[in-house]
Design a protein around this ligand. Structure first.
Ligand code: GLN
Length: 193
């Protein structure tokens, strides 16, 4: 929570939620761990972390969080999905056995980079973050194969693959911004609240 009452939640079912809470702390925000529907009340924004999208998706359904998240988004809650979180935000997915939340008009391909390049770090130029490229960490990452006309492309790899996009109050990142000390992605999201 901040002085002005902005509350940002981090879905804390599985994956890199602790690192997102640390990133929020560096921005002088203390995040709220979200595990139950009641935790969503009063949040301006929610971060869905990277991890294992099937596990997060299953736990989300088991904990009765799916409907409440969709309802809070309809009420204006912003969402940032990183890596597995981006898969959950998608309207359509490839290689994901569950139904994503369907919040963004994007088609996301899961585990899109193949085994040889399981993990890599590369600089991604994201104009919305300024001129300095972002040090993006990709771990068995997805990418956005198709985006609707209402989706703003924010960042691409050098081969043209779309890895960062925004649609209204929804922000999708294929990489892990919480694993670097660069807080500009989190600051961008906080600015969207
Ligand atoms: N490959 C994972 C999945 O499909 C995502 C990896 C990650 O979030 N770092 O769920």
């Amino acid at each position: 929570m901040t002085g002005n009452g902005t509350r940002v939640g981090v879905l804390a079912l599985q994956g890199a939620f602790a690192e997102h809470l640390k990133a929020l702390k560096r921005l002088k925000l203390s995040g709220v761990e979200v595990r139950r529907a009641a935790d969503l009340e009063g949040l301006s924004g929610l971060i869905i972390p990277g991890g294992e999208s099937t596990t997060i998706g299953r736990l989300m359904a088991d904990m009765g969080l799916r409907g409440p998240i969709l309802r809070r988004v309809a009420e204006g809650m912003a969402v940032m999905g990183t890596c597995a979180g981006m898969i959950l935000l998608a309207g359509k997915t490839f290689d994901y056995p569950l139904e994503p939340l369907g919040l963004m008009d994007i088609t996301v391909r899961r585990n899109a980079f193949g085994r040889q390049v399981d993990s890599f770090e590369t600089s991604v130029t994201i104009a919305a973050l300024g001129a300095t490229p972002f040090p993006a960490v990709f771990i068995r990452a997805p990418y956005i194969e198709k985006a609707g006309t209402g989706v703003e492309a924010l960042g691409r790899l050098s081969d043209g693959r779309l890895v960062a996009a925004r649609e209204g109050k929804l922000l999708a990142l294929a990489f892990h911004p919480e694993l670097t000390r660069d807080t500009r992605c989190h600051a961008l999201f906080v600015g969207m609240l």
